[in-house]
Design a protein around this ligand. Structure first.
Ligand code: NAP
Length: 253
């Protein structure tokens, strides 16, 4: 790759929320961005925002938990935007319930999207990174990895992603590929709005209550996470690998 060729980044779950903010930020950092989400048409708002700001992006529909869909999406990305050397495994779902009410489907769905999805996407793209001698993988964990009532499935998946991160960092480091994890605290998105609705609270009250327990006394916004991803994806972050960075407005763990 010549020095002038922009790198290609893939951001999963980028139709909205944290993923959309990451996609916009990486594009403004000068990367070509593949906006991946379940429904290709849902990606258009993110792609349009990037293009109208002068960036390069494309929409790619894929279920990250589906092996065939992942390989076909990565093939299309390579053809349209070039070989990816940055991957942000951000797609996620919640299926919260207390253990005694949690169904096997709720358990499996959460494991599939977070763990199987990150595995399939990382496996499908790592060859481009090792060949380039450069790569950046960022896995979206969560504060909930430390334990969170009603989230046995989600917290197990997010803790699993932390082990996955450290192992990939060990395996891929010698090829110039760093692998890190961001563990967000409370970020204002549809996901947290969904949690507020589940427990019967208005979103504004839910945010205010959460902010009281956060050191910086506010809830986070998607750009808080995009900023951290921008750093981890940068050339200069090549000596940071295998780390779990809590972006949660205060100390965690
Ligand atoms: P969000 O608003 O619900 O967005 C998640 C996106 O992922 C949605 O566009 C969703 O598509 C997509 N997605 C779900 N399953 C997918 C699949 N199988 N394949 C491809 N795309 C899929 O969530 P968010 O709050 O931005 O969260 C983004 C990430 O941050 C998640 O991994 C989440 O666990 C993590 N996180 C969030 C918070 C928070 O406070 N918000 C805190 C810690 C960690 P559909 O709309 O079609 O379902």
């Amino acid at each position: 790759m010549s020095d002038n060729t922009p790198r290609t980044a893939i951001v999963t779950g980028a139709a909205r929320g944290i993923g959309a903010a990451i996609a916009r930020r990486l594009a403004s950092d000068g990367l070509r961005v593949a906006v991946v989400d379940l429904d290709e048409s849902a990606c258009s708002a993110t792609v349009d925002a990037i293009k109208s700001a002068g960036g390069e992006a494309g929409a790619f529909g894929a279920d990250v938990a589906d092996e065939a869909a992942v390989s076909s999406a990565v093939e299309r990305i390579v053809a349209d935007l070039g070989e990816p050397t940055v991957l942000v495994n951000n797609a996620g779902i919640i299926r919260d319930n207390l253990l005694f009410k949690m169904t096997v489907d709720d358990w499996d769905a959460v494991m599939s999207v977070h763990l199987r999805g990150a595995f399939l996407m990382s496996r499908a793209t790592q060859g481009y990174m090792t060949q380039a001698g450069f790569g950046r993988i960022v896995n979206m964990s969560s504060n909930s990895a430390l334990g969170n009532r009603g989230q046995a499935n989600y917290s197990a998946a997010k803790a699993g992603l932390q082990g996955f991160t450290k192992t990939l960092a060990l395996e891929l480091g010698k090829f110039g590929v760093t692998v890190n994890s961001i563990a967000p605290g409370f970020i204002e998105t549809e996901m947290t709005a969904q949690t507020a609705a589940r427990i019967g609270m208005g979103f504004e009250d839910f945010k205010a209550a959460a902010a009281e327990g956060i050191a910086v006394r506010r809830t986070g916004v998607p750009d808080d996470i995009a900023h951290a991803v921008s750093f981890l994806a940068s050339e200069g972050a090549g000596f940071v690998s295998g780390q779990i960075i809590y972006v949660a407005g205060g100390p965690q763990g």
